[in-house]
Design a protein around this ligand. Structure first.
Ligand code: PLP
Length: 421
């Protein structure tokens, strides 16, 4: 796959109009799809939930990245959403990829991506996966402990190693530092051990937690990484690479970039290569999920209704449990078809709880929201900003669909031409 580097779009007006065009395309695709589903006669599962993905949104996020963090090479975190069209577009835009397993490496390399564009960003790897990385020449990988160094010495002594350090991730949506990252006290020992084992440590990596709250955590981590560069230099090891991990969100990207970019420049000379592993930032806003109302129950004593969807926390809404999300239920169709026996005042809104399809009580989408009283079986609801950590972790528990359709639209001609190449 040829690497092409489109010029970042600096024209805010056209970016905004691209996003508005994207919303219109998504809305039309949602409506067209549900219009074609007759829940009274479709095959079993014909009314399953589905996604609409605007690939143009991924393209715009990439342009935004290049504009705001031009020095930092994004290596997209595949775990966040391994959708093939997303991966293909990013491959053609020339990004690298953060992979955490054999399967992710295979997926990315099946698109023709060179192993040099992959960072195996997992500090605690299975030995068989390290051997596989050696075989496929995926050289860049992270470590944060001595045992991992012995493992790498045995199975891939030629690897290019990034020492992952701990961060203060207390402000992040999802925290990792209780599980991964070497403390600053241990870095000298680890660098010395790597040196004694004649391993090739090329740099430092960190992750400030997924869904980072602001720029301070990055600035602190950059400062700590520069201390590790100094420790290494004192041992005679020249580090060349800084990997600033993921954590970036759509909402506060410019705010973070405005302090992170200068911090990197202040602490690292331009000869140091800087990578990042963004996941959520690239895909969250690109995907919209639509789900079908399969059952409805009135709870007169609570003056509320219970709605049951055919997707829930064991499916694409696993982000409620794993990613601390609170999805907002939005009405897609509201046909008022069956509820002819209802009282006259049924046109207003009512307190509702919304549930997934499995038999488990934990399968709750929201325990309180306001929805039209007459939202009924056969109607559709949708959830926007649903591209990050959703379809990548859906299960087939209870026999419900773990792999649903994705309908693609594209609001950026640049993305269309790259995908059609
Ligand atoms: N890199 C690593 C090592 C991760 O564990 C993760 C998320 O779990 C990411 C990158 C992506 O993080 P985000 O989606 O917050 O950008």
């Amino acid at each position: 796959i040829a690497i092409s580097n489109p010029v970042p779009n600096t024209d805010t007006a056209s970016t905004v109009s691209g996003a508005i065009h994207g919303q219109a395309l998504v809305s039309r695709a949602l409506r067209n799809r549900v219009k074609g589903v007759d829940a009274d006669s479709c095959n079993p599962g014909g009314e399953d939930s589905f996604f609409v993905a605007d690939i143009g949104e991924v393209y715009r996020q990439h342009m935004r990245w290049k504009l705001n963090l031009p020095r930092v090479e994004p290596f997209y975190a595949v775990k966040c959403n391994p959708d093939l069209k997303v991966l293909k577009l990013l491959a053609r835009l020339g990004t690298g990829f953060d992979c955490a397993s054999k399967k992710e490496m295979d997926l990315v390399m099946s698109l023709g991506v060179s192993p040099s564009r992959i960072v195996y960003a997992h500090p605690c790897k299975a030995a068989s996966f390290v051997r596989y990385a050696a075989q496929r020449e995926v050289r860049k990988m992270t470590f944060d402990n001595a045992e991992e160094l012995y493992k790498i010495k045995r199975f891939f002594p030629g690897a290019e190693l990034l020492l992952r350090i701990i961060t203060d991730d207390t402000g992040a949506l999802c925290q990792f530092s209780m599980k991964y990252g070497a403390s600053l006290h241990s870095v000298e020992h680890l660098l010395k051990l790597a040196q004694d084992l004649e391993l090739n440590v090329i740099g430092v990596s960190f992750h400030v937690g997924s869904g980072a709250s602001g720029g301070n955590a990055y600035v602190d981590a950059v400062r700590n990484a520069s201390k590790v560069f100094d420790h290494a230099a004192a041992l005679g090891i020249t580090l060349t690479t800084l990997d600033i991990g993921g954590g970036f969100c759509d909402e506060n990207f410019e705010e973070i970039a405005s302090v992170l970019g200068p911090a990197i420049d202040a602490h690292f000379p331009s000869t140091v290569r800087v990578l990042a592993e963004p996941g959520r930032y690239y895909v969250a806003t690109a995907f919209t999920l639509a789900s079908h109302v399969i059952a409805r129950r009135e709870v007169p004593q609570l003056d509320s209704i219970m709605l049951y969807l055919n997707d829930g926390v064991y499916g694409n809404m696993n982000c409620i449990l794993f990613d601390h999300q609170k999805p907002v239920v939005r009405v897609l169709t509201h046909r008022n078809r069956y509820m002819y026996g209802l009282p006259d005042n049924c046109s207003g809104h009512i307190t509702a709880s919304v549930w997934g399809p499995t038999c488990d009580g934990i399968d709750c989408v929201t325990n309180k929201c306001q929805l039209p009283y007459a939202l009924e079986v056969g109607d559709w609801v949708y959830f926007d900003n649903f591209g990050a950590y959703t379809l990548s972790a859906a299960t087939g528990f209870n026999g419900f669909n773990d792999q649903c359709d994705v309908i693609y639209v594209c609001s950026e001609s640049g993305a269309t031409s790259l995908l059609n190449k």
